[in-house]
Design a protein around this ligand. Sequence first.
Ligand code: SAH
Ligand code: F3S
Length: 483
Amino acid sequence: MEEKVIEENKQGTSLVQDQIEGNQKKLFIESYGCQMNFSDSEIVASILSEQGYNTTQNLEEADLVLVNTCSIRDKAEQTVRKRLQEYNAIKKINPSMKVGVLGCMAERLKEKFLDEEKIVDMVVGPDAYKDIPNLLKEVEEGRDAINVILSKEETYGDIQPVRLSSNGVSAFVSITRGCDNMCTFCVVPFTRGRERSREPESIIQEIQDLWDKGFKEVTLLGQNVDSYLWYGGGLKKDFEKASEMQKATAVDFAQLLDRCATTFPKMRFRFSTSNPQDMHLEVIEVMAKHHNICKYIHLPVQSGSTRILKEMNRQHTREEYMTLVDNIYRIIPDISLSQDMIAGFPTETEEDHQDTLSLMEHCKYDFGFMFAYSERPGTLAARKMEDDVPEAVKKRRLNEIIDLQQKMALERTKRFVGQVVEVLVEKDSKRSNLHWSGRNSQNIVVVFPKENYKPGDFVNVKITDCTAATLIGEAVGYSEIMN
Ligand code: SAH
Ligand code: F3S
């Protein structure tokens, strides 16, 4: 169940890539936080592979250590601070080792990082990765280097990421960067800048490249993918100023998704994250039309109370959200939904909390990512509201939310017992190397005896049993549609 609540097991994973002959220097790069960070680290590794670096998983032998950081909650930042201390210990043995901080903490703390953490040589924000070769020159000459400029255009569309520590089956492709939503609790609009979309051609090209390499599943990534809008480049918020021609030929998320699914009929597609205010029924209809688009939507809601949603600057009420969910179930009855929830936002009462629980019961989520509110410096909530829900109350409410989610998850997972589901085989099951592990369209983990199947196969599996997080079954043959 843990794994469904939050992907702790991925946190701090370091990347390995194919070794490029002739590259002498060693890069250790690890990532914390969201999928976008993991995906960005692949872009950084790609940029550095042209500068003579190969990745290593052995910190002790690294010439350059990079940590891609997360600022979303205080705990995420504390984890990175601890990690820096560990690097420090290693630097005593290997004094020539250089340390760089990437990502959201770099953007949030800027120069302060260089003052506060003496071990850090280089600070690079999420839009400045192409400048790393220049920054490294500074560092090699013994100066600290920093670039935290946020960009209006940067989408890294022209960089072919190297696929690291991947199973060779599923990959992430970024389609938007930044976020304009300004949820009052959230630091992302400050650390990742304004929202911009990537050119469809470069997205299709990257998927083609993945297909040629044997990948079978692509997750389209963005802070708010449903808000995707390509009109020739530029910020989402400047669309109004675009020419008539640009407006007439603009590509939105429903169209992009349709194009991906049509161009690559045997590639499975997922996407994340959907913001309810931008999730329109056109997207649901495109999902319903294509077998190869997975029937799963991550639809964060944060709270079930209209009053709290308003304080959070979410652009919908409780009722509007529930209507959206009802419509989704009407169009795709076997869809699975997941949520993000925040317990203990400022001013949250017991009644607001009960609204959250009843909304969850209404929406019947398959999984959830649930958090206690953590005040983030600089956000509107931090500036305007007092963090007034006592820690113990936050924790208790959070536990009630998690308990309800776990109970619902078991009920939801049980619905597949007795059915045949289509599974994309990814890797060995965690418990046994005689079993494969993969996911069905609804994003639920399925394990089954290996027989002659292999990673990358789409296999129909008859489900015989389940836990809250896992379906257990036996293969009944290849999927005819996807193979
Ligand atoms: N749109 C983004 C959301 C990023 S933040 C995406 O791609 O997923 C991920 C989740 O972290 C949010 O949905 C929210 O539930 C949680 N979160 C954000 N700021 C938080 C804070 N200050 N305290 C607690 N949880 C927070
Ligand atoms: Fe954060 Fe809200 Fe954007 S949660 S990432 S500001 S949609």
